[in-house]
Design a protein around this ligand. Structure first.
Ligand code: KG4
Ligand code: ZN
Length: 406
């Protein structure tokens, strides 16, 4: 099955084309035919965060050129002498893309210049995410579905992150992935700019959220603390960089003038699987107010302590949930999984844990770095599995900003 995946839930515009084969019993093979992600980070940096309408316009502008590139990469950009679109179809397209004027104009120009590609289904993120952004991807999917007469498979972005942790390839030069099989129940820890969730996976496509953040998501907390420290957006990688530097200098025995910087570990002993990160951010704010000056060394120390606090809470709750639910595998997903310290901590947990479920990291599944951030490959894979297993939803397609798993 050839699947075109579209992802526009936040600030990455991404399109992917995969060729998937296999079954749940035999396992799945995924060949990537084309895959591109355009990050809008540089644009949003100047505002210190993502404004939905700015992001939406950028998606709208970039989707057609991106589609063209990925179709060409997949060998599907076959030129045909330009034919005009039937009047009736054009009117429908104008209706579908009414709110995406940039996309509409480029689409009407581009689509008549290529042959219909041999794509079996279009997978598109319908939620969760920023609704104006989600609509852009959904409307592109609807427009393509109309002109090429191909079905749409709506995908939950978080399910995409779950599958991203199961994609493995021999080395970074091949485009052939296999999807690891897992035993159930499994547990997924999803940590990104918009989400922090512990998800119990009872079976394929069967989810229950057992814990989530009550306020800020982990990535959001990283970004907000970074802002307090005067670091650019997105703050996650910046905090991580400073924390790593401080860790190294500590190993070398370097001491700070200001010692004793300590942050809370919120809800560490709450007895449930919920999280709360806004309190750590507030503690950082008060700490900074009390300090006579915010030197680079102090920034590093705060970054380190913040990263340690967040990691400790994530590890403790996940470990307990693994035990309580008898989880056979742990899957990590989301942008924050790019964090070196968090990756190492979970790898350490896998090695130190005596129980067979996590022995030697065998049942710990961490996505490769380039699949931690939002991408369309994971959306195409989720769409492929859902259509192959006849589990595609039948409800009308619409953007669902607060869509939940399960
Ligand atoms: O999954 P993602 O790309 O987008 C959302 O769906 O939210 O996650 C983006 C988040 C941002 O908050 C960013 O600061 C964080 O992931 N992030 C990191 C790191 N790299 C990205 N957080 C901590 N350490 C990192 N190395
Ligand atoms: Zn995401």
């Amino acid at each position: 099955m050839i699947i075109l995946g579209i992802e526009t839930s936040c600030d990455e515009t991404a399109i992917s084309i995969i060729d998937g084969s296999g079954s749940l019993e035999k396992g799945f093979e995924i060949q990537v035919r084309g895959d591109k992600t355009l990050s809008q980070i540089e644009l949003h940096k100047q505002y210190g965060g993502v404004f939905p309408n700015v992001a939406k316009r950028e998606h709208s502008r970039n989707l057609t050129p991106l589609l063209k590139t990925v179709l060409e990469e997949a060998g599907f950009g076959i030129f045909k002498s330009q034919l005009s679109i039937f009047k009736e179809t054009e009117e429908k397209l104008r209706e579908i893309l009414n709110r995406e004027p940039e996309l509409l104009e480029q689409f009407l120009e581009f689509i008549p210049t290529i042959e219909k590609p041999p794509i079996d289904a279009i997978a598109v993120t319908e939620g969760p995410g920023l609704e104006p952004c989600l609509w852009t991807g959904i409307n592109l999917a609807r427009a393509l579905s109309l002109v090429w007469d191909i079905p749409i498979v709506p995908v939950n972005h978080m399910e995409g992150h779950i599958f991203s942790s199961l994609l493995r390839r021999e080395n970074m030069t091949t485009v052939n992935y296999s999807l690891l099989t897992i035993h159930f129940p499994a547990l997924a820890l999803l940590i990104s700019g918009g989400h922090t969730e512990l998800v119990l996976i009872k079976d394929w496509f069967d989810y229950e959220i057992i814990g989530q953040t009550r306020d800020d998501a982990v990535g959001e907390a990283f970004d907000k603390v970074a802002r307090l420290l005067g670091l650019p957006y997105p703050g996650g990688p910046e905090i991580s960089r400073l924390a790593e530097q401080r860790r190294e200098s500590k190993v070398k025995g370097q001491k700070l003038k200001v010692e004793g910087i300590q942050l809370p570990r919120p809800m560490l002993h709450s007895g449930d699987y919920d999280f709360s990160f806004s309190g750590i951010k507030t503690s950082v704010l008060y700490l900074i107010k009390k300090l006579p000056e915010l030197t680079d060394d102090i920034k590093k120390e705060i970054a380190l302590e913040f990263e340690n606090a967040v990691t400790e809470v994530l590890i403790a709750k996940t470990k307990r949930a693994m035990g309580q639910y008898g989880a056979q595998a742990l899957l990590l997903g989301g942008g924050v999984v790019a964090n070196k310290h968090i990756r190492r901590a979970f790898e350490g947990l896998a090695e130190s844990d005596g129980r067979p479920i996590l022995l030697n990291g065998k049942f710990l599944h961490i996505p490769e770095l380039n699949l931690t951030t939002d991408n369309a490959l994971m959306i195409a894979v989720a769409g492929f599995l859902r259509s192959r297993e006849k589990r595609a939803g039948t409800e009308p397609l619409r953007a669902q900003g607060n869509m939940r798993l399960g």
